[in-house]
Design a protein around this ligand. Sequence first.
Ligand code: PXP
Length: 237
Amino acid sequence: MVKLGINVDHVATVREARRTIEPDPVEAALLCEKAGCDSIVAHLRVDRRHINDDDLCRLRKRVKTRLNLEMSIDDEIVAIACDIKPDQATLVPEKRQEITTEGGLDVVGGSKDIKKAIDRLKEQGIEVSLFIDPAKDQIEESKRIGADIIELHTGAYANSSSDGETNRHLKELSEATRLAKSIGLKVAAGHGLTYKNTKPVRDIEGIEELNIGHSIISRSVFVGIGTAVKEMVELMR
Ligand code: PXP
């Protein structure tokens, strides 16, 4: 069965809309685990717009599955990660004005700095994943500079506006997965996945984990987070 990682950032987004103490992303993470997810994902952004340092410390103490810290290669954030020691770090590009992570990391263009961050994290025993577009050169460079995992960006697939486009993106994801596996990388995927569009990605041979946030947290407003997670866990079968 494909594993499900749940990104709890948007629980903190609701909290930060009022700068108060509820809803608590840590409490949400524990309910997600109880409902059967395989890991918890949280993004500590440089601007701290949702998850903050205290959330991260509390997540580290209480998450029993795996904690996957999404992060940029900013020096201060890398130092925090080395201190907190999540089970996994997923390196993503980060721009101040973006609404959410746009596009994958340019591993080819930024390999020197990305490798430096990978080396620091791996020295602390943290598994490192790189969030990239499904492109051959990005995959090969990820392997070369020491990544353990790649997470394929499914945003273009999720935003497709025709069947032809959807199928083209699925083919790219599938070919990227095959290449990555053949050179010894583990493969995850995520971004923009919903209850409607997840199945074809789940079915790609070789994908081990899907990381999903917005759709699950949105659905939880109506059905509760336990039910929302269970419905997505069912979709992983
Ligand atoms: N994976 C990565 C690397 C991401 O940056 C995000 C968004 O924070 C997700 C998965 C989850 O995306 P979504 O919230 O669209 O499900």
